[in-house]
Design a binder for this molecule. Structure first.
Ligand code: F3S
Ligand code: FES
Length: 234
């Protein structure tokens, strides 16, 4: 089939404003949008800029807006879109560095703010810190995050104010807050119990729809809100 790939182009160092370039090409319905981008860059215009690494939905580096929705280019097939005109644009709410590449630093600043790592200063047991399957299940969903940013950059609250920590940071806080072996929950909940923490979430659900790992993000945020309100983790 013939497809037209319309790509957002912008080089802030050279261009006064962004524009779109269209590339016509042959594609299979099972081609991924990432394949089309590689084809356009490899055969038509080597200056097209985008991030990608694993090409298998694991590294999270190729989140972009594809026909208006945040998705991973490596996990989106031409046939998933159901049309032969495909528009790719950078994710919203972060500064554009070039074309589809945004500056992820503000996103990672928010991630770092919730201390997204295991905290437990008690002496380590001889073998391992045991956990029941039920306790492990408690935070299983939020372990799946690949930090692609699709959720945070689909959230209107984040677009309105990038001081909002955003769904991805809260998901990664959830992963440790509800880990029975971790002792840093109080510290993380204090960070999130803030005007720019969980209270900026107005249950809009865009984050849940955008997540390529199908994490129930809005539910996880609700669980963190409840933990703050009740002071309990159950
Ligand atoms: Fe935003 Fe998701 Fe809440 S889209 S407002 S973080 S439910
Ligand atoms: Fe790694 Fe798509 S390139 S998730």
């Amino acid at each position: 089939m013939q497809v037209t790939l319309k790509i957002f182009r912008y080089d802030p160092e050279k261009d006064k404003k962004p524009h779109y370039d269209a590339f016509k090409m042959e594609a299979e319905p099972t081609d991924r949008v990432l394949d089309l981008l590689e084809k356009a860059k490899g055969y038509q215009d080597g200056t097209i800029s985008f991030r990608r690494s694993c090409a298998h939905g694991v590294c999270g580096s190729d989140a972009m807006r594809i026909n208006g929705m945040n998705r991973l280019a490596c996990k989106t097939l031409v046939q998933d879109l159901g049309v032969n005109k495909i528009t790719v644009e950078p994710i919203l709410g972060l500064p554009i560095l070039k074309d589809l590449i945004v500056d992820m630093e503000p996103f990672f600043d928010n991630y770092r703010a919730v201390t997204p790592y295991f905290i437990n200063d008690e002496p380590a047991p001889a073998k391992e810190r045991l956990q029941s399957p039920e306790d492990r299940e408690r935070f299983d969903d939020t372990t799946k995050c690949i930090l692609c940013g699709a959720c945070t950059t689909s959230c209107p609250s984040f677009w309105a104010n990038d001081q909002y920590l955003g769904p991805s940071a809260i998901v990664n806080a959830h992963r440790f807050i509800f880990d029975s072996r971790d002792k840093g929950a109080a510290e993380r909940l204090a960070v999130l119990n803030d005007l720019f923490g969980v209270y900026r979430c107005h249950t809009i659900f865009n984050c849940t729809l955008a997540c390529p790992r199908e994490i129930q993000i809005t539910q996880a945020i609700g669980e963190v809100k409840k933990a703050i309100a009740t002071g309990k983790l159950d």
